[in-house]
Design a protein around this ligand. Sequence first.
Ligand code: ADP
Length: 465
Amino acid sequence: MSAETQDPADILMGDVIRLEQVVSRESLTKICQSFFELFRLPVRVISYDGDLLADVHQEQELCRYLNQLPNGQAACTSTVGQVRHIEPERTPIIHPCFTGAVYRVVPLEYQGRSVGRFVIGPYVPVEDKEVPQTLLVVDPDVNAETASAAHARMPRVRKEIADQLAAHMQRVLDLLLFSGHRAQLASTMQIANVRENYRELAQKTEKLETAYEELKQLDKLKSNFLATVSHELRTPLTSIIGYAEMLESGQAGDLAPEQGDLLKTIRSKADQLLHMISDLLDLGRLEAETLTITKEPIDVSALLADVESTVAPAAAKKGVKVDIQVQGEMPRLNGDPMRLKQILVNLTDNAVKFTPEGGTVELIAEPTEVHSGGGAAGGFGTAMFSSSKQAVAFVVRDSGIGIPEEALPKIFDAFYQVDGGATRQHGGAGLGLSIAKQLVDAHEGSIEVQSTVDQGTIFVVTIPV
Ligand code: ADP
């Protein structure tokens, strides 16, 4: 099991501790190096499974000499192999070499379990003064004098010093194991924590996704319902308007003045309803992306005049003045005339609606430019990388009640009204700006708003020519 997939509980119970899992080979080698530098004694650390984890030594002259002789080399290899596989339990084992040197194999334990061992040596115990016979007879070619001289230069250690050195090394490695294990526990816990948080997050995301899908489904149902109802309402309403017009024109006989007035009210209320139903149908088409824009050259002055004549009755009724102006040389604008009129009527209608008696609404068209591809307008970057396109800006400015700053980001949402309460003073369904924005987008234009409460509002629609 790798450290990554380990359950923290496994580590806590000390089940899967391996020396090499909690202490890096690099750290072990550094410890061995400093031990060697201090005491000039070879030292090796071996894992529980017998892997050499760290090895710091310098070949002894005696070993080098013996390795040149066939029997000497075989005996050396056999000794080293034996030492490598010694597994001491609890107490160190002193393993003798045929050269008279010894290897001290010391067990490493952690939480009562063996995790590996370390080997100090070869060194010759100071107490052993004699060159052993086993060295001199190991190979027929051993030169007693050379062998004895090399034997004399082997590192020599007194037994109690060797005990102390081994105990010292054992303590250092214990400490390293302990701190390494703690660090590993902490990081494993942290990983487990992160994993748990991630799992929770994934669950929440899944729930959110399901809720989102359900909402989308509901929204689609709502849109379908609105589209069907609007469509079904429009047909009888058109008939009502048609019959009212016939009555008004006297086709069914002359009307008394009072009857004429009542019919006018019926007509205007029916027109209002039809307008609202058309808005709902447009919204449905815009959401379903089935509304098509048919562009043709636009006469901007005629467009403004048309908008003015549409809003004039409501403005006159309220006592609000509507000014239209075409400023500067107008470039040739291409757009959908019906939809551009719809945008401007929605904005101008709102301006009239939200401006008290005696106020003014201005509808201005002026040539402008839009920048594309270069980030913010102006500056070096813009000059280098952007291209500017001719455009027409339509400004609708009123001296009305204004829009509070916190409501500005929401006014283009469908059905949103600043005063959405049941007792609101102004009519409407909160669709005009949402439709206007989407129609502006369909013309690849932009719509911006600035407003100050009790002073007025300015909408600027920019349509590239
Ligand atoms: P509505 O049918 O309510 O006019 P709109 O989408 O056209 O719906 O506008 C959304 C809301 O934005 C309005 O209800 C109003 O609160 C606010 N609003 C829009 N235009 C103006 C304006 N010129 N002055 C003040 N408030 C405005």
